[in-house]
Design a protein around this ligand. Sequence first.
Ligand code: AQP
Length: 332
Amino acid sequence: MTRSFSGIKPTGHLTLGNYLGAVRQWVEVDQHQADALFSVVDLHALTVDHEPARVRRLSRQAATLLLAAGLDPARCTVFVQSHVDEHTRLSYLLECTATDGEMRRMIQYKEKSARERAAGGSVRLSLLTYPVLMAADILAYGADEVPVGDDQAQHVELTRDLAVRFNQRYGRTFTVPKAVLPAVAARVMDLQDPTSKMGKSHAETAGIVYLLDEAEVVRKKVMRAVTDSGSDVAYDREAQPGVANLLEMLAACTDGKPAELAEGYTSYGALKKDTADAVVELLRPVRERHAELCADPGYVDGVLREGAERARGLARPIVDAAYAAVGLMRPV
Ligand code: AQP
């Protein structure tokens, strides 16, 4: 059976981008078709300035939301990354496989490090090596597939390169994985700046729909979305990025096609209203189930405990084999 791994960073409240670009595919497809592992990748949240109590709170919230969205522990493995030591153990071996040039070419690193420097801050070394830890997350499980949004495709490409290089140098140890992108909404854009990704860690929140936003808040955010000058509703990402973003969101919520949906609208107002309604309806059951799960924290703890146990059992032999392959002496 195909094995898949995917993760979500507790760097903020989960967004509609996370849901449409990743989580929904995990729920509807991956957990049914693969031996799927889903992790709250909390170590990745430490690559930028963070508040410890907030990371802890957001990790629990992310795990609870994944279950609320429909991940079923009877079908898949849900766990917290820092509960499984194999990730950091393997990360070091992969740091010895990657080059610093490769790391510095990563688009996310370039963008984030530039942002940190512009704000007068320093750049943590872990921000540079983040893609190596991500590669370890994937390779530790022998994952064949990595269901992600478009923004992570370059990191999965790097993971493939590292796996191939390691296997060539030390003998076949890792499965070479591939990224699996959703057909629509692979990149949901910020409603206030449709040229930038809707990201959960962004400081400006007016253009971000969070999964736990009240229905009225969602409506307000969508109705105030930046559209384009002109009044035609057409699906054109280059010329009309704001409208294209709304059409893609509507298409993802209604299983439609953005270009076909565009033909049914003559005003931005009607498109926004239908998009807002569709998003509210899509998120309603997730919010309701989240509230139920919050009332039963013991259940979430149990899922995460069992998930980490299973994850450890899968990762340990693969990481041990990698340690042996590079020439490290095994404990006697
Ligand atoms: N806007 C998006 N559209 C489609 N997919 C998205 N994903 C994230 N944003 C979008 C996908 O969600 C999964 C989890 O990603 P993450 O936790 O790395 O994403 P984030 O919300 O983008 O978090 P940050 O901290 O704000 O990220 P940075 O600043 O690093 O971009 C992934 O599969 C991702 O593709």
